[in-house]
Structures are given as structure tokens and as C-alpha cells.
Design a protein around this ligand. Structure first.
Ligand SMILES: *Cc1c(COP(=O)(O)O)cnc(C)c1O
Length: 377
């Protein structure tokens, strides 16, 4: 018998395969283009025209990519106003979450997260043999958001567990909430490296993330990391490209530890082209923000749904008087509409709906209206 895998991996929850889109469409007996896909916060408008052209004209697919993503990081420096020396590109923000943990964590170190939130923080922490310290968000009563951070509990947990990393999605996935500037400032005073995951920041702001983002503060602080992605606003989820802004002291280690060819040629070209097409992207983001508000009001009119205000490109809804999982199934099987359901504690009676095009909203609302009879639990 060869030796077993590392023992801490036995405790990892089993892999939950996400069915490829075409497989799911075939399962539902529909053509892929007949499916309304509102389950993964992708951009229904796809890549910008310049990004599409860059992909069609790709000349160097046979040459290894630039390991330092120089052209992309130069363009990102202009876009973010953070010097390129602080920027690292990755195969999606997901790669950078794992990379950061691999260089920072010893087995047994603590990582602080505030669930409900993006699942990769806890997953990657456990993969890296870290301890996950969870400080749940509070159900919100003061503001329009579904949840708010429990600042006192975070301070207590930080004092008790001395986490090396604190992960926070701003806006948060799955509820779309955004902490106040005062709360963020208080968190940045904690003696830990704070990672702000700004995967949806472009939807939180009118100007592609410039004013509510904290990214320009990264060079001035030694305890702030900001992660971004091209998967949502830029419509490049399938190409896997994201980036992060990191303090100067961390950069040499990240450069040493990352895979040399982590961002492929197509992803680098398409990301650069997107940054040359910002006027078009501003329009797309504005459409999605406008559609988010229209969707929100339409969902409010559905008697069994309670939608929460969101600053991202999705809306979390509480489902009342019927099983959320059954509603998800019925939307898929009878209407070809995919929404996200979470079997996680606290979210069992919720669904998350990504913002689509106006015709996607119309189809969804028609389907929800046709689903008025209580569903079996
Ligand atoms: C979608 C998402 C990401 C993943 O981004 P990729 O660049 O596609 O890896 C990261 N963080 C949050 C909160 C997300 O929702």
C-alpha cells in the first residue's frame, strides 16, 4: 500500500461537482441558449467587443505567456492607480486566495471569516491545514442589507485566536451587503493581514469601483490586500483572470511561490483589451446596476419572496412558506431558469439570483408568478 494523502485532507468536505452548463442544459432537455443562467453571477453580456476581437486575433497561443503579466499589470496600474510593483495577476481571484494562504499559513494558524460568505476562504484555509475561525454576520435590522458584520465579535475573536488573515468580501457574496467605511477602518486597525475581496466592487460604484474601493490604500498600509477579478464586470469568467494589490513586503514571496505561467496568453490579451474598452464596460455595468434595481422591485412584488438590497450583480431572497430548494428545482425543470441555492446553515430558506438582461428578468418574474401554489417541502 503506498502512503496515504496528508491526514488533514480527510476532514475536507467532499468535492461538490458543479455540472458544466451544457450538461445541465441537456439534463433539463433544453438547448444551452434557451437556459436563463442566473446562478453564478456571470456577466450575461459577455466580454467587451475589443476583448472578443483580441481573442479572435490571438497570435501567440503557441508561446508561453509572460510570467510577470507585464502588459496587463501596466494597464492595471493605470486603471487602479496602484503602482505595478504592488500588483500580481492570477488565474482568477481564486488562485490568489490560495496563493496568499500557501505563503502565509503554517498548519494550525487561524484564518478569520464572517459567514455567510464566499466558500473558498474556508475551503482553501482547510486545504492549507489552517484553522477557520468563523464570526457569523448578524441578521441586519438597521439597514436595508441582509447582514452586517459583528465588529465586537470580530475584535474578540482576533484577540483570542490571533488570526494571520482576515477575509472579507466587499460587497459580500451571497447577500450583496457592503460594510460602512467606519467598520472597514476599524477592521484595518486589527493586528492581522486584512484581505478585501472586491470581486463585485465595480457594481457597488458608478465609476468601475474607484470611490468605494480600498485598493489605492494598499501601498500606504502594510496590512491590506485587495483582490479583484475580470470574471464578473469584464465577462471573462471562463478565461480565469484576476489580480490583487499587495503590500510591498509580501510581493517577493508571492513572486517566488506562484506558478510561472499562471495567467494564460488568451486571458492576458482579453484582460488588456477590456481595459482599453472601459467606456463600453461602464455602459454594461450601468445596465446591470439599473437592471438590479428593476429586478429588486419585481421580486418585492412576489408574495413569497423577500429580496435584500444589494450592491453587487445578484440579489439574495428569503423564500417564505415553501422550500427554497423546491423553488430552485421547479424554476430549472419547468422554466429552464437556473438560480443558486445554498444548503448551508442560515441560508437554507434563501435563493440567490444573478442580475441578467431585461429579457432574463422578464422570464424569471413570469416563472415566479406562475409558481404561486405552495410547493412540497
Ligand atoms: C466570483 C468570486 C470570486 C472568484 O473570482 P475568479 O476570479 O473567477 O476566481 C472571488 N471572490 C468572490 C467573493 C466571488 O464571488
Amino acid at each position: 500500500m503506498p502512503p496515504p494523502p496528508r491526514p488533514h485532507l480527510n476532514a475536507l468536505p467532499p468535492y461538490q461537482p458543479v455540472l458544466p452548463f451544457e450538461v445541465r442544459a441537456a439534463q433539463l432537455g433544453r438547448a444551452p441558449e434557451a437556459i436563463v443562467k442566473l446562478d453564478a453571477n456571470e456577466n450575461p453580456y459577455g466580454p467587451s467587443p475589443l476583448a472578443r476581437r483580441a481573442l479572435a486575433d490571438l497570435r501567440y497561443a503557441h508561446i508561453y505567456p509572460d510570467p510577470e503579466s507585464r502588459a496587463l499589470r501596466t494597464a492595471l496600474a493605470a486603471f487602479t492607480r496602484v503602482p505595478a510593483e504592488h500588483l500580481l495577476a492570477g488565474a482568477g481571484a481564486d488562485e490568489l486566495i490560495d496563493l496568499l494562504m500557501r505563503v502565509m499559513l503554517e498548519p494550525g494558524d487561524a484564518v478569520l471569516t464572517c459567514p455567510p460568505t464566499f466558500g473558498m476562504y474556508a475551503f482553501d484555509a482547510r486545504l492549507n491545514a489552517a484553522r477557520v475561525v468563523k464570526v457569523p454576520r448578524r441578521a441586519n435590522r438597521e439597514s436595508q442589507f441582509a447582514t452586517s458584520l459583528d465588529l465586537d465579535a470580530i475584535r474578540r475573536a482576533a484577540a483570542e485566536h490571533r488570526p494571520k488573515l482576515l477575509f472579507l468580501a466587499t460587497p459580500n457574496n451571497p447577500d450583496g451587503s457592503l460594510p460602512s467605511p467606519e467598520v472597514l477602518d476599524a477592521l484595518l486597525d486589527l493586528p492581522t493581514l486584512v484581505v478585501l475581496d472586491e470581486a463585485y466592487i465595480e457594481f457597488a460604484d458608478d465609476d468601475l469601483g474607484r470611490s468605494v474601493s480600498r485598493i489605492t490604500q494598499v501601498p500606504q498600509r502594510d496590512n491590506l490586500v485587495v483582490l479583484r477579478t475580470f470574471s464578473k464586470w469584464a465577462g471573462l469568467a471562463g478565461l480565469r483572470v484576476g489580480y490583487g494589490a499587495f503590500p510591498a513586503w509580501l510581493m517577493p514571496t508571492l513572486w517566488k511561490a506562484k506558478q510561472p505561467y499562471n495567467v494564460n496568453v488568451a486571458a492576458q490579451e482579453a484582460a488588456c483589451a477590456t481595459l482599453n474598452d472601459l467606456d463600453e464596460r461602464r455602459l454594461v455595468v450601468a445596465h446591470l446596476r439599473h437592471e438590479r434595481e428593476r429586478l429588486f422591485h419585481a421580486l418585492q412584488a412576489i408574495p413569497y419572496l423577500e429580496p435584500y438590497a444589494s450592491r453587487a450583480n445578484f440579489i439574495l431572497c428569503r423564500v417564505e412558506g415553501r422550500a427554497a430548494s423546491a423553488l430552485r428545482r421547479r424554476l430549472a425543470e419547468e422554466h429552464g431558469i437556473l438560480v443558486r441555492y445554498f444548503a448551508t446553515p442560515g441560508l437554507e430558506d434563501h435563493i440567490r439570483i444573478s442580475v441578467g438582461r431585461p429579457q432574463d428578468t422578464d422570464r424569471l418574474i413570469t416563472a415566479l408568478e406562475a409558481t404561486k401554489q405552495p410547493l412540497p417541502r
